[in-house]
Design a protein around this ligand. Structure first.
Ligand code: ATP
Ligand code: MG
Length: 250
């Protein structure tokens, strides 16, 4: 039996998010490990007050600018991301004219196809999942990529990512945009632009930004990227955590 979660519940949104993941798990899109990874993310979200902070607003802007400036950007989607923000990713992909690529740590052909089908059902028109190329240097299944997507991309946007792949993508000369609530993770520290925010807020907010910013000229976009400082973003996120210790416990 599914619990009925009243909208008045103070943790309504967080509980509904969990429900989406559990549903994704039942459909074979999300793996059990994905549920645990979400737990780490939501702990950070709780600490940040479950809202988009200033450092995330700046990173989201720089991330969209970088995607718009890139020659061949791609958005890497795993099971959790599909379960949480498939419709929003469809919109983002459409507005930016950027493909989505299914890329998972716990790989099986069936699971990849299931995620791709789910994304298409939710309106994603440009979904890559051929798995016809390999990124050297990665031992696990994240190495299996699409030759038209991550393999040949100049910028890869990742979410709920593992740090080792992020490092290899960087080493192979690609720019990486990461959405990761943990400012201490290797992914967060490795990426060119780290959006320390929940994907459930970051992606729809980035869709709105993309709608506004696609009208900007290259110089304006280049200035946004040049002025952006990712180390400052991570420092501010850590400061936000540390400052909690200074506030009074209610
Ligand atoms: P790394 O390997 O980069 O050091 P990690 O080992 O902490 O990271 P993983 O399990 O590899 O973490 O990946 C999951 C990451 O996704 C975590 O950093 C977690 O904070 C983050 N995360 C989980 N749920 C969300 C979410 N809803 N929105 C944004 N980030 C999330
Ligand atoms: Mg990890």
């Amino acid at each position: 039996m599914r619990p009925v979660i009243p909208e008045s519940h103070p943790r309504y949104f967080s509980l509904m998010t969990r429900e989406k993941l559990v549903e994704g798990f039942r459909k074979g899109i999300v793996v059990p490990e994905g549920l645990i990874a979400h737990g780490r993310g939501e702990a950070f979200d709780y600490i940040f007050g479950e809202r988009t902070r200033d450092f995330a607003v700046r990173a989201q802007r720089a991330a969209v600018a970088l995607m718009l400036l890139s020659r061949k950007p791609v958005i890497s989607v795993n099971g959790n991301a599909a379960a949480l923000v498939a419709e929003e990713l469809a919109e983002f992909s459409e507005v930016l004219k950027v493909p989505l690529e299914v890329n998972v740590f716990h790989w099986s052909r069936e699971r990849v196809e299931r995620i791709a089908e789910f994304l298409m059902e939710k309106g994603c028109k440009n979904v890559l999942f051929a798995g016809d190329a390999v990124i050297e240097g990665i031992e696990h299944a994240r190495r299996i990529v699409d030759s038209r997507g991550i393999y040949s991309a100049d910028t890869v946007m990742v979410m709920l990512e593992d740090g080792d792949r992020c490092e290899i993508l960087r080493k192979s000369g690609k720019k990486v945009v990461a959405i990761d609530l943990n400012p201490l993770s290797r992914t967060a520290r490795m990426a060119d632009v780290t959006v320390v925010n929940n994907v459930t807020r970051a992606v729809p907010e980035m869709v709105e930004l993309a709608r506004e910013m696609r009208r900007m000229n290259r110089e304006e976009l280049e200035r946004i990227v040049k002025e952006y400082d990712n180390d400052a973003t991570l420092r501010e996120a850590l400061k936000a955590i540390a400052s909690l210790g200074a506030s009074k416990v209610p």
